[in-house]
Design a protein around this ligand. Structure first.
Ligand code: KIV
Ligand code: ZN
Length: 527
């Protein structure tokens, strides 16, 4: 794919490895939004999901394959015909697509997970790649847990799958165990001992359990790897995956050291990162490299002094290079369409006319409640408008009564997309608890509240509050979020979003892990 030998292919797996981590699940419209943002960002490959994991996964991969153009669209499959054919069918509509097949190779996985001998692993891996090649020209193979696999055996598997037709060999550090020098040695070994390796793209897939995913990926580039698998904000299993924005900015900022480049439009990094944070509810730590709120803030006097003399004293990247163009410009109720549109564009968002009109209306409503609107407020309005898939339940009325002594009472009126209108009253420990109980009674969906977060979107006494709610339902985790100047309202809307997600997931056939078919269950535990 990369004609330029110094180009590094960016393979984004936010929608597969990122999405499969607890609390990060996305609905199909959300996955499409992220996939479109990734295409705009300029990623080369989008791993859109694992079609055999569930019907919902299959449909999402298929929707991305049909609707998102530019990047290669990839689907994951285990090394068996049923999985591979399912994935191929899901991807069929994408002009350029890739099948990614994997099988664990380490002794630990062979013994405890697969109960397979080495010869069986080689046979299955080769068979998987052959089937995939019958259906697709572009086939990637991953020996799962490669970094804990005996080098000789790893080389044997890799050589066999290259002979069977794999075009990309991805080396996963599945449990984030390796360290840079050891990882570089692994690639040197493979390059020296595997016949045919010069004819394939070498790839790396690092998890961050010891905080080394980015460092290990960069070391692999020095060792000749030309594809990095990563996720936006580093989301993913356990401590996450290699963070796309960090690895890309490291390659850009230290281009002369790495002598390698990507096709990423780095000015899209910040808005894409915000979009994924807002959709998944996994917030970005203030001190996160590249996209954290403090990444370009200079507090210490000596630093500020240096910065005033020359930015390069304490700044190795410019905020605008990553799409961060924050300003202290404040908008208010007298600001017009033009000012709002300009600010939205400066923040890196592109809205069509309908979306903009919706944001403008909400902007005016908010400006009536809140004197000054900062960048954080505008971002929240845009992200909320972009996400408002809406329904099936909508909150039409919320009333709460509370006094310091006794329980609070909430009345909610909800309407359903099928035309039902339900009003319910409930009592609780406080107005938020009462509103949650009223929604449960109205919708018949009873959940276990796991976590409830509330924080200000900006500073100031009239700041908007963002509520994030995590619940467990039928042994799955669901999340909802909402922003409002009224925190009882944002909490209630966040809770209703959770109920809506549950209803949508049930329609898409989501079942608790224990009750899934053997294939889907193994599919989910295998990666
Ligand atoms: O971490 C891992 O090993 C994976 C593979 C499927 C690439 O996610
Ligand atoms: Zn992984």
């Amino acid at each position: 794919m990369a004609a330029d030998p110094d180009r590094v292919i960016i393979f984004d797996t936010t929608l597969r490895d990122g999405e499969q981590s607890p609390g990060c699940s996305m609905t199909q419209p959300e996955k499409l939004r992220v996939a479109r943002a990734l295409a705009e960002l300029g990623v080369d490959v989008i791993e859109a999901g694992f079609p055999a994991a569930s019907q919902g996964d299959w449909e999402s991969v298929n929707a991305v394959a049909r609707e998102v153009h530019g990047p290669v669209i990839c689907g994951l499959a285990r090394c068996n015909r049923a999985d591979i054919e399912l994935a191929a069918r899901a991807l069929g509509d994408a002009p350029r697509h890739r099948l990614h097949v994997f099988l664990a190779t380490s002794a630990i996985h062979r013994q405890y997970k697969l109960n397979m001998a080495q010869e069986e692993i080689v046979r299955n891996a080769v068979e998987g790649v052959r089937i995939a090649r019958e259906l697709c020209e572009d086939v990637e193979f991953s020996p799962e847990d490669a970094s804990r696999t005996e080098l000789e055996f790893l080389a044997q598997v890799v050589e066999a799958v290259i002979a069977a037709g794999a075009t990309t060999i991805n080396i996963p550090d599945t449990v984030g165990y390796t360290v840079p020098d050891e990882f570089a040695e692994l690639f040197r070994y493979l390059r020296k001992n595997v016949r045919g390796i010069e004819g394939v793209t070498l790839s790396v897939h690092c998890h961050n359990d010891l905080g080394m995913a980015v460092a290990n990926s960069l070391t692999a580039v020095v060792a000749g790897v030309r594809q990095i698998e990563c996720t936006i904000n580093g989301i993913g299993e356990r401590a996450g995956n290699c963070s796309l924005e960090e690895v890309v900015m490291a390659l850009k900022t230290r281009e002369t050291f790495f002598n390698a480049r990507t096709r990423i439009d780095t000015s899209r990094l910040y808005p894409t990162s915000r979009l994924v944070a807002s959709i998944t509810g996994v917030s970005i730590p203030r001190n996160k490299a590249v996209v954290g709120e403090n990444a370009f803030a200079h507090e210490a006097g000596i630093h500020q002094h240096g910065m005033l003399r020359h930015r390069s004293t304490y700044e190795i990247m410019r905020p605008e290079d990553v799409g961060l163009s924050r300003s202290s410009l404040v908008l208010g109720k007298h600001s017009g369409r033009h000012a709002l549109r300009q600010r939205i564009e400066e923040l890196g968002f592109e809205l069509d006319e309908t979306e903009f009109n919706r944001v403008f209306t909400e902007f005016k409503t908010l400006a009536d409640k809140k004197k000054e609107l900062f960048d954080g407020d505008i971002e929240a309005l845009v992200l909320r408008a972009e996400q408002s898939a809406g329904g099936p339940w909508t909150l039409v009325e919320l009333r709460t009564v509370t006094d310091s002594g006794g329980p609070a009472e909430a009345v909610v009126r909800l309407v359903h997309a099928d035309g039902r209108s339900v009003e319910q009253t409930a009592r609780g420990d406080g107005p938020v608890d009462a509103a949650f109980k009223a929604i449960e009674a109205a919708t018949g969906v009873s959940v276990v509240l796991k976590k409830f977060e509330l924080h200000g979107v900006t500073g100031g006494e009239d700041a908007q509050g963002e509520a994030i709610v995590y619940v467990e339902y039928n042994r799955r985790t669901y999340r909802g979020s909402s922003v409002s100047t009224n925190i009882i309202e944002s909490s209630t809307q966040a809770f209703l979003e959770v109920v809506n997600r549950i209803e949508l997931a049930q329609r898409a056939g989501a079942r608790p892990r224990e009750e899934q078919s053997g294939a889907a269950r193994a599919a989910q535990t295998a990666v």
